[in-house]
Design a protein around this ligand. Sequence first.
Ligand SMILES: [Ca+2]
Ligand SMILES: [Ca+2]
Ligand SMILES: [Ca+2]
Ligand SMILES: [Ca+2]
Length: 306
Amino acid sequence: MCIRIASILACLAASSAGAQTLVGSYFFDNTLSSSVPGAPDMTAIDPLGLNSFGMDVVFGRNRSVYHVDGNATPVAQQAGLSLVAGGLVNPFNYSVEMVIKFDERDNAWRLILDNHNRLSDLGLYLSPAKRVNVYNTSPSGTTTLLRGNFFHLVMTVQTGSPFSSVTTYVNGTLQFSVVTGIMDLVNNQNLGGILHIFADNVQSGGQGEFSDASIAAFRLYDGTLTSADAEQLFAEFSAPACPCDLNIDALVDDADFVIFAAAYNILDCTDPAMDPGCPADFTRDGTVDDQDFVTFVAAYNDVLCP
Ligand SMILES: [Ca+2]
Ligand SMILES: [Ca+2]
Ligand SMILES: [Ca+2]
Ligand SMILES: [Ca+2]
């Protein structure tokens, strides 16, 4: 036990050397709560009652997702999520990591992240050219993002004088960096630091920029993420370095053991009772058996994901 605690402390010390702290982490496993303590739950925007939790294939792996289903117009029927992020981060120096997929509206604007209380057209969008863009600034991303495909997005807001800068990465690749205060978390229309995901503005110009969508991950960081961080986060998400972390909270602990034990009892990956994708079959041979248990025990002993 002492060895385990010592290794956690050593890893925490190593990770705190970075320029950011993870303050909220959402993986939508039938909950809008954060796996990092201290962050508030997200709130569903679900006027039609059609939002749902489910499973989807995300970068080749079955994952929990939250699906939002609304209508672009009237705007009161748009769906999404909100998070009171004020107090969790420096409003002028924070980062967001999200894994999302749009279902509709290629060739039209779609809101990704609103930080103006849905009162302004300003915000982070996917443009009609299917590129990430901070509206209304000119630089757009370089990666074309088609509907129906998940993508991993990092947006980092860095303090500057007189304005902040916003840098975005898609699937670990730099999209653009722009000097603008538009994505500052706190502003005249948003003193509480509320973020809205997917749901577009209901006042001012440019309304109706909404598409049904799914989200597989949302993480909020106090501080900035570098290009190396964005690359690493994408690599970790798209090819999990820690397959035994079955509830995806960066630890292999008792909670994962409970999930593993249930899968071990079911044994056969084709059994309808097995979790989709049979994630506990680490050897990928169609059964969750003693071989997989050996793999799990080794990871459990290490506790913290590499
Ligand atoms: Ca819909
Ligand atoms: Ca808009
Ligand atoms: Ca875990
Ligand atoms: Ca196996």
